[in-house]
Ligand binder design. Structure first.
Ligand SMILES: Nc1nc2c(ncn2[C@@H]2O[C@H](COP(=O)(O)OP(=O)(O)O)[C@@H](O)[C@H]2O)c(=O)[nH]1
Ligand SMILES: [Mg+2]
Length: 362
């Protein structure tokens, strides 16, 4: 699968805004509406910030942070972000920020395995209903769920993908390449460049994580320390980072919708793309499984043949030994027979001599 599924429109990149005052940015975000676009809203109603990423990297905490920074309020655990390292969001909930901007807390995954990727892409493409429990399933079951969810999903949402990654985390080169492919597919699906938010800024290695994401082709990387139950004190730096991010996301959405778009067609394209993706992954998986099965069968056959060869060799050796034993016995018997014959011969000779020396009877 290559190429952008939204080839007809300009996507992704946008110029970083000249440093806007936080108050101007807030005003812009508050008034954000697709009605302000050159061509009107073209069917888009809501800007959906799809917050996604690995489990336990701070997705739910980031949404709390956005809400707190936007409201300028005290700490509140809106998303019930877990106190545990691994996080625990099992459903896909929406959190409204402004009249037209909503955040989605998507279910995370432990690793970018193929079936988990399919599920994440389905969430990201907004092909799964919002505010419902996420069942983790794969292959044609997932395709089936996508088709059944059709009446429940909204094409009027403009998707902005926000990937959350803890700066305290490090991945190996193989995982990095998987992440590259994953992020590229996310951009293909949504038609919008992925924004990365690095959490755990204080203790993590932000420079390393940022360099990695730049290398993975990500143009926009933000970093912050989330508000958490352990870190509730308000920070101007955190609030400003959130406002700057929301401002850029909103700017980018308007930029995209200033070009001719059709939300219904976009959704159909996303669905087609994902169903193809699932189909190809299933084929690949089946191929891998049947190749693995074939390799197992060949292995078993070779083992059987080796065992048979060894058995035949053992039998041959046994036969040889038995033959040798028989020959030895025959030789011994022959020897004995010879000795007995010689003895008999000697005795009969003796008797003969003795008979010749005797006087004949009258
Ligand atoms: N130190 C630190 N901890 C964080 C940060 N963000 C999240 N956490 C903690 O990481 C754990 C998982 O966070 P959570 O938001 O539930 O992760 P999710 O599974 O991605 O939603 C929780 O214990 C949070 O308190 C951060 O920026 N810094
Ligand atoms: Mg969570």
């Amino acid at each position: 699968m290559s190429g952008n599924i939204f080839q007809t429109q300009a996507v992704g990149l946008w110029r970083p805004p000249s440093s806007v005052q936080a108050t101007d940015a807030r005003q812009f975000i508050r008034n954000f509406s697709f009605h302000n676009c050159k061509l009107g809203n073209q069917g888009f109603q809501r800007l959906l910030l799809q917050v996604f990423g690995y489990m336990g990297h701070g997705k739910s905490s980031f949404i709390n942070t956005c809400k707190i920074a936007w409201d300028n309020s005290a700490y509140n655990n809106y998303t019930k972000a877990s106190g545990s390292y691994w996080g625990d969001t099992m459903d896909r909930r929406t959190y409204q920020l402004t009249h037209n901007i909503t955040l989605v807390d998507n279910r995370g995954c432990a690793a970018m395995k193929s079936h988990e990727k399919g599920e994440i892409f389905a969430q990201l493409a907004n092909l799964m209903p919002l505010d419902m429990k996420v069942d983790w399933c794969r292959g044609f079951k997932l395709a089936d769920r996508i088709v059944r969810a059709e009446p429940l999903v909204q094409p009027s949402d403009f998707i902005s993908p926000i990937f959350i990654y803890s700066a305290g985390y490090s991945i190996n080169p193989h995982e990095r390449e998987e992440l590259r492919e994953f992020l590229e597919t996310c951009t293909k699906i949504t038609g919008v460049g992925v924004i990365v938010v690095l959490t755990n800024k204080t203790n993590g290695n932000v420079e390393r994580a940022e360099a990695m994401f730049r290398d993975l082709g990500i143009k926009h990387v933000f970093s912050l320390e989330n508000y958490t139950p352990q870190n509730q004190s308000r920070s101007m730096e955190v609030n400003n980072t959130v406002i700057q991010l929301l401002y850029e996301v909103a700017q980018n959405a308007l930029f995209n919708v200033n070009y001719p778009r059709d939300p219904q067609k976009d959704m159909t394209r996303r669905k087609t793309f994902l169903l193809n993706y699932i189909y190809n992954k299933e084929l690949e998986d089946h191929k891998q499984i049947s190749e693995a099965q074939k390799a197992l069968e060949v292995d078993q056959m070779e083992r059987d043949m080796r065992e048979k060869r060894e058995e035949a060799e053992k039998q041959k050796q046994k036969d040889r030994m038995e033959h040798e034993e028989r020959m030895k016995q025959l030789e011994a018997k022959y020897e004995r027979q010879m000795c007995q014959n010689q003895l008999k011969h000697k005795q009969s000779m003796k008797e003969l001599h003795r008979g010749r020396g005797r006087k004949p009877r009258k």
